[in-house]
Design a protein around this ligand. Structure first.
Ligand SMILES: Cc1cc2nc3c(=O)[nH]c(=O)nc-3n(C[C@H](O)[C@H](O)[C@H](O)COP(=O)(O)O)c2cc1C
Length: 161
């Protein structure tokens, strides 16, 4: 078993690409966050906005125990300028058991969305070991490595040459 767990939620695949890259560089275990609520399709997108604005925490399928790892990295998309609901549910639930936490988030615009980092930090109640925001386009083009490097270094992984 690895000593770092990367848990991610991805509705349309961008965060999954980033989380896979991160897990590779950290030699980490990788696991999707699986809400019991479906967010796919047009109706799902509306529900996603609604749940983000209302700060809903959907029920999640069970997964690995973050307490079994030295550090947890949580990854997810920005919805309506906020934390996506499955990411919030994970941080309020299993993520509470993490010994240390880092986080990355992906948005269409690539704005920093400092409020997302702030909410993650207040949910986990302590400073993040590392955090970074990414634009969907840079992730899909495979151009996220340079900005991923400080996160990988802070967590203690292998930055690609
Ligand atoms: C419901 C919803 C709300 C979104 N809100 C924002 C937003 O406020 N700002 C932004 O830049 N991108 C927004 N996006 C775009 C996503 O953050 C972006 O497409 C992200 O890469 C999706 O990640 P994923 O493919 O892992 O699901 C939104 C997307 C959805 C589905």
């Amino acid at each position: 078993m690895a000593d770092v767990l990367v848990s991610y939620y991805s509705r349309s695949g961008a965060t999954e690409l980033l989380a896979r890259r991160l897990a590779e560089q950290l030699n980490a275990d990788l696991e999707p966050i699986r809400p019991k609520v479906a967010y796919n399709g047009g109706g799902g997108a509306l529900k996603a906005v609604w749940h983000a604005l209302l700060k809903r925490t959907p029920a999640l399928e069970p997964g690995r125990d973050p307490a079994a790892y030295r550090l947890l990295v949580v990854a997810g998309p920005v919805w309506a300028g906020r934390l996506s609901a499955p990411m919030r549910a994970y941080l309020r639930g299993p993520g509470q058991r993490a010994k240390a936490l880092a986080a990355v988030w992906v948005s269409g615009s690539g704005q920093p969305y400092g409020g997302v980092g702030g909410e993650i930090q207040s949910l986990c109640g302590r400073p993040l070991v590392a955090s970074a925001s990414f634009a969907e386009a840079e992730v899909r083009k495979g151009e996220a490595d340079a900005r991923l490097a400080p996160v990988v270094e802070a967590v203690g992984g292998q930055v690609p040459a």
